[in-house]
Design a protein around this ligand. Sequence first.
Ligand SMILES: O=C(O)c1ccc[n+]([C@@H]2O[C@H](COP(=O)([O-])O)[C@@H](O)[C@H]2O)c1
Ligand SMILES: Cc1cc2nc[nH]c2cc1C
Length: 363
Amino acid sequence: MDSTLTPRELVDRTVARIEPLDAESSAAAAAAMDGKVKPLGSLGLLEHLASRLAGIQRTTAPHVDHPAIVVCAADHGIATSGVSAYPQEVTGLMLQGFAAGTAAVGVLAQQSGARLLVADLGVVAPPPVLPGQNEVLDLRVRAGTGNTLEEDAMTRAQAEQAVAHGIGLAQRLADEGTDLVGLGEMGIGNTTTASAITAALLGRDPARVTGPGTGVSGEALAAKVRTVDAVLRRHGDADDPWEVLAGIGGLEVAALTGVVLGCAARRVPVLLDGFITTAAALVASRLAPASVDAMVAGHLSPEPGHAVQLEELGLEPVLRLGMRLGEGSGAALAVPVLRSAVALLAQMGSFADLGLADSTPTA
Ligand SMILES: O=C(O)c1ccc[n+]([C@@H]2O[C@H](COP(=O)([O-])O)[C@@H](O)[C@H]2O)c1
Ligand SMILES: Cc1cc2nc[nH]c2cc1C
């Protein structure tokens, strides 16, 4: 892509390239799955996943040979308003863990054979970059967002820059042959941001889409709901995706929106993680409705707004393990399931191989 483009031009060109699922490849894969030596539909969601990946990659031989997990990290001004069970410094500390491979997502990505990349979009106190086993990218737009109770999270230009960074990252991964991108994030306070984004975009009551995050409960949770409500009032119930990104934030959410758009434009399947990455997916769906066709939901987080988001996007989660960590941990765990789905499509025998013309049940 032309590097002389402004961030907004890059976004607009990327959005213009996004096409819906290739119905022909998807239907051919579904038909091939139906012909396999098994009762019709007996591989459940795996059958749907194989045909969905076929449609996204526009091939009857979908593949998960070079998966990557991208963790975007940034801080949130709202974190200083008592909405999280942990202090803001943890965001920077975790960057080191991601780089070293000692964070949960590092372990899970390794188990899944996925490469892990970490991008700093605006951590307030980034640690010195130590040589580690995973690549750390400096895509800093600003040092954390403004406190959205009092001001905009960022300027419109900064939102466009962050989305463009995400697109650039997706393009790079696609150029390198990555054939599945899992989304991850890190940012103390970002469940409050994600709740406000979700309530704004879906017109939902903040209480319905606000939950414990890292572990707030009781009066602290009630105060978090009031905070989300106040953020929405401060930003005039914005529902334009750019207004939502600039007004409510956050920097990592904007970058992940760009990763979704960039992957969708290059027909690389995007594996969503939990509540925050799905908030980014919702923003992407408002900028480019067809980008939803490139998405697969890795897992279901118990954060109450996550099921609401997935229902809106029409996505069925691959896993339900009660995980509420973020980081891309649920996405990393879903990679082997997707790999198995495409392996079954590629390697299982069919009734036709056995000389049986038809796999239709007799009753
Ligand atoms: O992915 C999820 O659904 C999820 C649910 C709860 C918490 N998190 C993670 O916890 C952090 C945000 O929680 P909080 O309480 O600080 O808003 C952030 O780093 C997320 O990765 C993630
Ligand atoms: C320790 C810790 C690790 C995390 N990983 C993602 N979000 C997180 C939040 C905390 C607090």
